[in-house]
Structure formats: structure tokens, C-alpha cells
Design a protein around this ligand. Structure first.
Ligand SMILES: Cc1cc2nc3c(=O)[nH]c(=O)nc-3n(C[C@H](O)[C@H](O)[C@H](O)COP(=O)(O)OP(=O)(O)OC[C@H]3O[C@@H](n4cnc5c(N)ncnc54)[C@H](O)[C@@H]3O)c2cc1C
Length: 334
């Protein structure tokens, strides 16, 4: 439990932690959760080496209020400046901790629960739960007693199928556009930029590609010309929905109830993908690429599943043993 949790160890997050500490909050009660392996990733990754960090940026005159007056500095000086702030104000940073949600617990109050990749929540769907989820996903495709598609439900079904078979985050799924579906390559392009501005691609099963084809809206017809707007979002926001989480929450909970799946959150679909990937002999480095982890440390939590799987199956060792055994048994020892 912390009095203050700050998301991101950039200049803003570190300055806020230092100010809070200077205002009298016990530094041990302040925590920064940073998804990268170190602080100030924007400065490290995006600023050219020779670029000065200028106090007045893009014409905005900086007015110095509070503790940290930043003057024009070189990139190394800026990073040293923040190293010193972190040390002087005992700023407590948890690295490789990506925040993916905040919840106000049911009992209310002013406290929030911040959910991050460091929670070490190991909840993923078992085989039986996956089967029940699939049944619950399929049973409401048509409106009761008709052959009409239940559009709202088909949307949720598609979102869940993408999450569980690609490991994409909710925000990434809601950012998908039709032009991101690479049918020929069997890939989905994820727009969240990686280090160095690179795009990420996740594998798309042919079955998922087919489902997406069916889900595609009929091309609009104007005169004799038909067109689909590739820039269009696959899951455009509903008028009343604000955050990505709100766009799935209630219908997802209803789905879980029908599938009799307990203690499960939407983000656990990502854990489910990653866990099953490793249990089926997947490669940790490939998984890191698919999940878009900037650091392999974030992926290592799944490594133990591969170990358990290897210990359970050990099929190669069995073959070797069988090959060796007869030779030993028939050998005339002594
Ligand atoms: C090329 C370039 C040059 C620039 N030059 C200047 C300049 O000279 N002067 C200037 O004042 N500004 C400059 N800027 C803008 C500058 O980068 C910002 O002013 C500054 O970095 C903003 O600080 P911040 O802490 O708000 O955000 P950021 O520096 O972006 O820090 C946000 C941190 O949050 C982390 N984070 C994000 N999401 C999550 C999550 N879900 N969970 C956990 N952690 C998360 C990120 O990894 C990151 O470390 C420049 C920007 C660029 C791109």
C-alpha cells in the first residue's frame, strides 16, 4: 500500500515524486511504476546524442516553480541531473512495471488499486475454462430464435478472440484499423510504437483472419463504386465509452459469468496467450517480440511455465534413454 503511486519515470514523474517527498510525504510511501528498464526512456531513446535538453521547448517559455529548475543541459547532463534527484529525494522506482489498469475496489473509499505487470498475477485460463469460454462466445452469436447476427455480442467475441490468440493489450486492439490486417502475411500490425519507432507485428491464425473477414462491414456503395475505408477502426468507440477498459468491461463480465470463469480480468487474456505459448514449447525471445516487451525481464515471468512443460514432457530425453537402455542391459558387465 502506498500513499502515492506515479506512473512513469520521465521528468514529470520524477519531479512529482521529489516534490511530494519534499512536501513531507514519507518517500517509502511514494512509488513510481516505470515500464522501461531505466528512467527517462524518452530522453535516452528519442533525443539525438548532441541535442541539448532546452528549458524552453517549442516556444513554450518555462517558468521555474518548485524544486527542479531545469536549465539547458546536454543529454548526459540531463540524465545525471535526474540520477541525482532520484538519489537526493530517495525516489523509489519499480522498473519493468507496466501499468495496465486502475480500479477503485468495490468497498469504495478514496483508494485505488493500480494493476501492473509486476503484480506477478499468474492467472491464465485452463483448458476447461478455454473450452467454456469458447462455448459462451459462440452461444450468443445470433439473436435468440433468429438468424440475425447479434452485432454487439459479435464485437465482444471478436475482441476476445483477438486478445486470447495474439496477446494484444485492450488499448492495442481498440487501435486496430482494417489496414492493419495483413491477410497475405498472416499478421496483424500493432500501432503502438516500439523503441526506435518500429511497428510490431503479431501472428494471426488463418481461423482468426477468416473471422475478421466475416466481421468486416459491407463496403459502402456510392453510385456504381464500392469502397471500404481502410483507415477505419475495426472497433470504433461507442459514443458513451471513454477508456479502452470501459468499452469491454460489463459485457466481458457477463461473458465470464456464463462461462463460469472466476477471478479473471480482461488483461489476463494476454497472460493466457503468453502462458499457453510457453507451455507449448514457444521461445521466450519470440514471445517478448510478440508481446511488445521492451525488455526480456518482463517476459521472464513466463519462463517457468516452459520449465514445467519441459520437465513434464522431456520427450527427447525419453527417446535417448530408450536408445541407450538396451545396450546397457545386454552388455556383459563383470
Ligand atoms: C526528440 C525530442 C526532443 C525533445 N526535446 C525537448 C527539450 O529540449 N526540452 C523539453 O522540455 N522537452 C523536450 N521534449 C519533450 C520531452 O520529451 C518531454 O517534455 C518530457 O520527456 C516529458 O516528460 P514526461 O515525464 O511527462 O513524459 P515522458 O518523458 O514521456 O515519460 C513518461 C514515462 O512513462 C513511462 N510509461 C508510459 N506508460 C506507462 C505505463 N503504462 N506503465 C508504466 N510506465 C509507463 C514511459 O516509459 C516513460 O518513461 C522532446 C521530445 C522529443 C521526442
Amino acid at each position: 500500500m502506498h500513499a502515492l503511486i506515479i506512473i512513469g519515470a520521465g521528468p514529470g514523474g520524477i519531479a512529482l515524486a521529489a516534490e511530494a517527498s519534499a512536501s513531507g510525504i514519507d518517500p517509502s510511501q511514494i512509488l513510481i511504476l516505470e515500464k522501461g528498464p531505466t528512467h527517462n526512456s524518452a530522453i535516452r531513446q528519442l533525443y539525438p546524442e548532441k541535442k541539448l535538453t532546452t528549458a524552453n521547448y517549442k516556444g513554450f517559455a518555462a517558468r521555474c516553480e518548485g524544486l527542479l529548475c531545469v536549465r539547458d543541459m546536454t543529454k548526459p547532463e540531463t540524465l545525471q541531473f535526474f540520477d541525482k534527484i532520484i538519489s537526493d529525494y530517495h525516489v523509489n522506482i519499480q522498473f519493468n512495471a507496466e501499468v495496465y489498469g486502475m480500479r477503485r475496489p468495490a468497498e469504495g473509499g478514496a483508494r485505488f488499486r493500480v494493476e501492473s505487470s509486476q503484480d506477478q498475477r499468474d492467472r491464465y485460463l485452463s483448458q476447461g475454462e478455454l473450452r467454456r469460454l469458447k462455448e459462451a462466445l459462440d452461444e450468443k452469436v445470433y439473436r435468440k430464435g433468429t438468424n440475425d447476427f447479434n452485432k454487439t455480442f459479435c464485437r465482444l467475441r471478436m475482441i476476445v478472440l483477438i486478445a486470447v490468440t495474439t496477446g494484444m493489450r485492450a488499448s492495442e486492439i481498440f487501435g486496430l484499423r482494417w489496414s492493419d490486417v495483413m491477410y497475405n502475411e498472416g499478421l496483424l500490425a500493432v500501432r503502438t510504437k516500439l523503441k526506435g519507432g518500429k511497428m510490431r507485428y503479431v501472428p494471426m491464425l488463418p481461423e482468426l483472419a477468416e473471422e475478421l473477414r466475416l466481421f468486416m462491414p459491407k463496403p459502402a456503395k456510392k453510385g456504381n463504386v464500392r469502397f471500404i475505408v481502410n483507415r477505419d477502426l475495426i472497433f470504433p468507440p461507442k459514443a458513451e465509452a471513454k477508456g479502452a477498459r470501459r468499452r469491454v468491461e460489463s459485457s466481458f463480465e457477463d461473458l465470464l459469468d456464463r462461462a463460469a470463469i472466476e477471478d479473471f480480468r480482461f488483461h489476463d487474456l494476454r497472460h493466457t496467450f503468453a502462458s499457453w505459448y510457453m507451455m507449448n514449447g514457444g521461445d521466450l525471445y519470440e514471445l517478448a517480440k510478440i508481446l511488445g516487451h521492451s525488455n526480456i525481464k518482463m517476459t521472464e515471468r513466463y519462463a517457468k511455465l516452459a520449465k514445467q512443460h519441459i520437465a513434464r514432457t522431456s520427450s527427447t530425453a525419453r527417446v535417448m534413454w530408450n536408445l541407450l537402455e538396451p545396450a546397457c542391459k545386454t552388455a556383459n558387465v563383470g
